[in-house]
Ligand binder design. Sequence first.
Ligand SMILES: [Zn+2]
Length: 318
Amino acid sequence: MQTSIIGHQQIVEQLQRTVASDRIAGAYLFVGPKGVGKERVAHHFAQLIFCQQDTQPPTVCGTCLACRKADSGNHPDLQLIRPEGSLLRIGQIRQLQKQIIYEPLEASRKVYILTDVERMNAEAENCLLKTLEEPPASSVLILLTSNIEALLPTTRSRCQILQFHPMPTRELAEVLTDQFSVAPEQATTLAIAAGGAIGKALTQLEKGGTFTEEVPEILKETDLLAAFRLAENLKDNPEILDELVTWYRDLLFLQQGAPNELITHIHSLEELQRIAPYYSRLRIQQAIQIIFSTKSLLENTNTNATLALEVMCLKLLK
Ligand SMILES: [Zn+2]
């Protein structure tokens, strides 16, 4: 496993300083889109704490026993807690609370990484709050979320919040080319489709780097139900908004006779070519504009998300 982190340089340096000065907080909340690298950085943070190579600033050597145990998922003081099915359950939180009171076995601290914490119900979150209010001195909780709004203000205020941003797509494309031997054209396509989230790009690459997703029905349908289905889907997966833009952009490129290298969804080229004549250039530009303004509305205001998405999808309908 690689011992360096791609992107998030400032966050990693901040965590190094935290470990160097031994001013580690009891709880952290890593906020950022899915696949952006929150879990990688959380794991790296744990290793900065565990690594037996005493360097300044602290680094992750990747070869000492502690590093190797953490990499293989066998470090007794590192626990990764993921939702069971769709929810992070109260039983999992109670289990954590039973264990966290004990001293670490090998490291100076025990590290608990909880992924997708927005998927807790109120009961589980209130249970977790008890630990966040008084975390044992020898433990660190790292909560990861792509939707901070779904958490109680009290949960947020108990944690040190670190914000993770996607990489600029050009930068991500370079990383994919330089470090993962992806051909430059494909790297750009991948980076755009992943919205700058490296984890997403790498997952796609593992699947063979092909884009097998289907053309969203909103591009082809005139049916009201299609609009509501998309709105419903977007409510749970807001990151699809970025993806949706890439489809409209493909239509725009096709209309302008742009070379195929610029087409993100090259595997759906034929279908897109069939659809493109039904759109005017103005309509595609309007569609992209509508998506961007909805995205900004959702991110910057307390607007009713369901309503905003439904309005957007109806506007997108032909
Ligand atoms: Zn090490």
